[in-house]
Structure formats: C-alpha cells, structure tokens
Design a protein. Structure first.
Length: 220
C-alpha cells in the first residue's frame, strides 16, 4: 500500500472517531406521565396503560419505552405493573399518586379508581352513616357566615360506601369553599360575597353519571 494512501486512511479514521465523539446522543432532561390524571374503573377486566414521555437536551420529545420503573402510593386503591405502567382500580376506589422513574428522574400523576355502577348516590349532612341520611339543605347567615359538614355516599354491591373524597364538589359561588381531602367534607361560607336571599348550591358529582345538588339558603 502506498504511503500516501495509508496516511489518508489514518486521517479519515481519526476524523470519523472525532466526529463520533463530538456528536453525542441527547440526554434526558425531564419526564412526564401521560395522561397526568388517569381514571380507572374498579373491577374492570381491562387495565389502563400509562406512558412516560421524556424531553431531551436537544428539545426533542418522545415516549420512554424501556427502563421505566413504576410505583403507586396506595396499591389497595390503584395497583400498577411496575414494568409496564398498567394501572388497575382496587377496593372501593379513591386516589393514589403514581410515580415513574427513569435515568435518575421522576414524574408523578394522580390516578383515580372509581366504582362503575352504584345506586342511591346522595349527599348528607354530618359524618358518613350506613343507616340514615339527614336533610342535606344548608341555611347560613350572610352576616355571620358558618361551616357545615357533608358526606357523599351510595350503595355498591349491597353495602353503603363513603364517596366523599372521591366526589367532585362544585359550589355555585366563591363565598362557599369545600375541603374534601377527608370525610366528612367541610364547607365554609364567607360573608360579604353574595346578597342575602340569593339561592346558592353545591353540586356534587361522582364519575360521569352521578350528581347531587345541595341547596344553600343565605339569610340576612
């Protein structure tokens, strides 16, 4: 082999090695779980598949299909396959935090497990009871305000279940705020926001099929 040809081959090889060393694969900068707020029916024969998506150093975004470890904060409510990210509703439903971990990064999502078929969905004053449901109407004074506790319940598989923390509570006015992280829910009325005599409501929904309205009477 001529000396000039051998030298040319060595130079080409060195340039190729240098280019491969310079152009490195993009690194993972952040990740998210899709969807961020999944819902899954308890007792369903089908699990719900979550996905981990990553944003890389070159601003590209793609699904992370391997090397992801999945976990749940409450497997008795929402269980998960740690390898595939498939979730299943458990027990009487509720919410759990789902975590995906990959390449030293983590992402979280809030998963909800709901009961597919319930009956007699209603809202009651006071604490959850399996024997009685007091009148859910609320009379409150616009001059002094006040607080009232409520719980949401229904019948599932022949037994009454407490759905207070799983339901969505939507007051008709900013004067009413409801804290629903525990049962019973605590609803507070703030004075000076609405006019006495104006009818107000708290609409409580569960899933996509169940709704109950609490009537709120505001007095002077």
């Amino acid at each position: 082999m001529p000396l000039t040809l051998a030298f040319g081959l060595l130079v080409a090889a060195a340039i190729g090695a240098g280019c491969r060393g310079f152009f490195q694969n993009p690194t993972l900068n952040s990740m998210t779980i899709q969807p961020p707020s999944p819902s899954v029916q308890v007792g369903s024969a089908y699990s719900y598949q979550l996905q981990a998506w990553g944003t890389y150093s070159d601003n590209s975004r793609s699904q992370i299909k391997s090397g992801v470890v999945w976990s749940t904060s409450d497997p008795t409510t929402v269980s998960i396959d740690q390898n595939s990210g498939a979730i299943t509703g458990e027990g009487e439903g509720g919410t759990a935090t789902i975590t995906a971990a990959a390449q030293g990064l983590t992402a979280t999502a809030t998963a909800t497990a709901f009961l597919g078929t319930v009956s007699g969905f209603e809202v009651c004053q006071g604490t959850f009871s399996s024997t009685s449901c007091p009148n859910p109407a609320w009379t409150v004074s616009d001059t002094s305000g006040g607080t009232q506790t409520f719980n949401a319940q229904a019948t599932y598989n022949g037994s009454q279940v407490d759905l207070t923390t799983q339901a969505t509570w939507t007051p008709s006015t900013s004067a009413i705020t409801c804290t629903t992280t525990a049962s019973p829910a605590s609803c507070q009325f703030t004075t000076g926001v609405v006019t006495a005599g104006t009818p107000e409501t708290i609409v409580v929904t569960y899933g996509t099929s169940y709704s109950f309205t609490v009537d709120v009477t505001v007095t002077q």
